[in-house]
Write a protein that binds this ligand. Structure first.
Ligand SMILES: [Zn+2]
Length: 275
């Protein structure tokens, strides 16, 4: 529903200018170029929605007290940076980082996280201020996880488990989560957004299915092809995973069951344990 927000924002100025000009008896010299173009004909409702979207963006340098850095242009940079997201998305980020602190508490506190962006001036969830690209996390005990360094494809099993644990925590609060298994564009970050809420394990979702397949392979040696297609082998492996974790109920229809299962996966992953 927010796919075109950025475009609409771009039109607010033009449409407002046109509305202002409509009140003038004559158009001032030099403003002839302000003639409305066909794509500037947006409804009042669209303009109000765009303006509300702009007002709802909040600026933050930390999530619930934890600094968020940017390393894409300078690895290791600890300069405070102004990020933007909607209030509701920021609230979800707070819930997310509290989950993360709790589930990874054996690593110490979270020293900082690194992002490639929240609100970004483009279409889609980033343009709506309802997405996060996660590059890196550092804990006070010295542990890190670095999607930026393609940790999902690490040759070290404990690193892959930690990546999946981190992703599981993202999946507790965001339903569209795209990882290194999903496609090459996400090989160097974990994307999380507000699309398709509430959270559930959706069999028809390529991203959800690839996550489940990667978890079954990395925690249980299931040997599945990570193809995003939920077939009988994935069903069997997923039922084995559920059973081993002591999960009852339906993660496909119940948010709380799926969130509980994700917490158990995260606990195992941060502890570098098989399931
Ligand atoms: Zn993203």
């Amino acid at each position: 529903m927010f796919e075109n927000n950025v475009t609409r924002r771009g039109f607010v100025t033009g449409a407002a200018a046109v509305a202002g000009l409509a009140g003038l008896s004559t158009v001032a010299p030099g403003l002839a170029g302000a003639d409305p173009k066909i794509h500037d004909q947006h409804t009042e409702e669209e303009i109000r929605a765009a303006e509300a979207g702009v007002l709802a963006l909040k600026t933050f340098q930390k999530i619930d007290g934890t600094p968020v850095y940017y390393w894409r242009s300078n690895r290791g940079n600890t300069t405070a940076r102004n990020w933007q997201a909607t209030d509701a998305f920021y609230d979800a980020l707070v819930a997310w980082i509290r989950d993360l602190r709790s589930l990874s508490s054996a690593y110490g506190s979270i020293s900082y996280i690194v992002s490639a962006g929240f609100y970004v001036n483009k279409t889609g969830q980033h343009g709506a201020g309802t997405a996060m690209d996660l590059d890196h996390i550092r804990w006070s005990g010295g542990n890190t996880i670095s999607p930026l360094d393609q940790a999902h494809a690490s040759g070290t099993a404990s690193v892959r488990k930690r990546y999946l644990a981190t992703e599981a925590v993202c999946r507790r609060r965001f339903r569209y989560v795209l990882d290194g298994w999903y496609n090459a564009a996400h090989a160097d970050h974990i994307h999380s957004d507000f699309g398709g809420m509430p959270v559930r394990a959706v069999k028809s979702s390529e991203a959800d299915t690839k996550f489940v397949q990667a978890v079954c392979n990395n925690f249980r040696g299931s040997g599945l092809v990570v193809d995003g297609v939920w077939g009988t082998k994935t069903t069997t492996a997923f039922n084995g995973l559920k059973s081993a974790l002591g999960v009852t109920g339906d993660p496909h229809s119940s948010t709380s069951v799926w969130q509980g299962m994700l917490s158990k996966i995260a606990t195992k992953g941060f502890a570098n344990q098989n399931i």
